[in-house]
Design a protein around this ligand. Sequence first.
Ligand code: GLN
Length: 202
Amino acid sequence: MSDALVIGVLALQGDVREHLTALAAAGAVARPVRRPGELAEVDGLVIPGGESTTISKLAVLFGLMEPLRARVRDGMPVYGTCAGMIMLADKILDPRSGQETVGGIDMIVRRNAFGRQNESFEAAVDVEGVPGDPVEGVFIRAPWVESVGAGAEVLAEHAGHIVAVRQGNALATSFHPELTGDHRVHALFVDMTRAKRAAESL
Ligand code: GLN
């Protein structure tokens, strides 16, 4: 593996390009990931926002679901936004038929919890681990986290609901920092990925 920190963006559906831009701005080499061979080459992975049932079905179709589970189980740093958060949940409260998740975070998510498309909104969110002012949270048909297990740490809440969670090297937010031009959450994830790689090379 080269010296550069390489972070992939799962590029099956969703706002892939915005994450590639945000990761590059936060100091990583960012690449789309569509095949198991590409997944094997990245230090960390972002699962973007989009539509979680579609991402789930395409991941199965592209032969990525099991390799994704294996790498997450292995401790690969992974960050999911919105639909990506749903993909990282061990359990969905209201899955659509055939919808699977990668899992990795001991949490139960509720899809579309904040309402439909026309109820999308923005709000300032204080995220543990992100220094400075609250981040601008963009919520688009966003899930919230109903509950977390003992291993998962709540990083942020909005209106009494959990909207950011971390468990080990897995990070998830209900909202979309990639749409704001503020790269501090991506910088947190790049730091997590760098720390994991440094620990491996000891
Ligand atoms: N509601 C969508 C889902 O269930 C997620 C929306 C988003 O990622 N912006 O997948």
